[in-house]
Design a protein around this ligand. Sequence first.
Ligand code: PMV
Length: 309
Amino acid sequence: MTIAHASGKVIMFGEHAVVYGRPAIAVPVTQVQAEAVVESGNEEPSVTIVAKDLGRTYRLDEAPPNDPLRLIVLTTLEHLKVGVRHDLTITIRSTIPVACGLGSGAAVSTAIVRALARHFDKWLTARAVSDLVYEVEKIHHGTPSGIDNTVIAFEKPVYFVKDQRMDIFWVKEPFWLAIADTGIASPTREVVSDVRRVWRRQMHRYEKLFDRIGAVTEAGQQAIEHGDLAEMGRLMDENHRLLQEIEVSSPELDALVVAARQGGALGAKLSGAGRGGNVIALVTEDTSGSVSMMLRLAGARDVILTEVR
Ligand code: PMV
């Protein structure tokens, strides 16, 4: 029996603009995890998936060709050069809320890749894990930037430019984020394609907005590297305003952002694709309680506190 885990993630700066070549920053969220357990010996030459949270058990050779778990398992087995016919049972559990920007899909895939590699005594670099997961992300997201698989496979804050740069960086002063769930699913693929539709019509305006988001992200990295919490908070607020302008916020997200600031957060913004999903707020030891309370009063389904270090 082999077991492996992968953390969730949030985007701190730069979502959407990252699809158009601007930088983004994402950080791991270690408080939530996906887990994959690989066992040999179900006595049939096929892989059985037990998806605990969905209450589903199925054989991969009976799953539709674009089933994401089928794809990640087959792609990984092929990459490991161990043949694709195995009597394996892969059990998956996750505490990462689904479809709200915490990277649950990429984390489940990452846990599976890691568990399979260990099961067959193979060593994969974080880059190789990330690349395998990216193949499946393309099916979930349409045109993914690749940021989810990168931050989750490397388990470090990353500064990311699609197809160009991926810098892991160090946090000078560890800081705390409150992550508040609207309880509304955020369909990344749809939101990304809606943004693309408007971008085609208003290219000049959207390119300018993406440039401004890019500048906020650059400044955000500096602020994180210098441990300047006040500046980080200010930049998160600014990033949220720009996301409102590209029309990916919603009344529910805006209400949580306002509530976080009323509770004493240094800054707050939506995180991920938007329309639903999460808001992140920069908190301190002194304000985490009041911010969490205000977020819940404003309708947050759940609030996760995570330390970024
Ligand atoms: O909601 P998430 O965490 O899957 O984030 C989507 C982030 C986007 O920039 C909107 C899309 C992408 O592929 O980077």
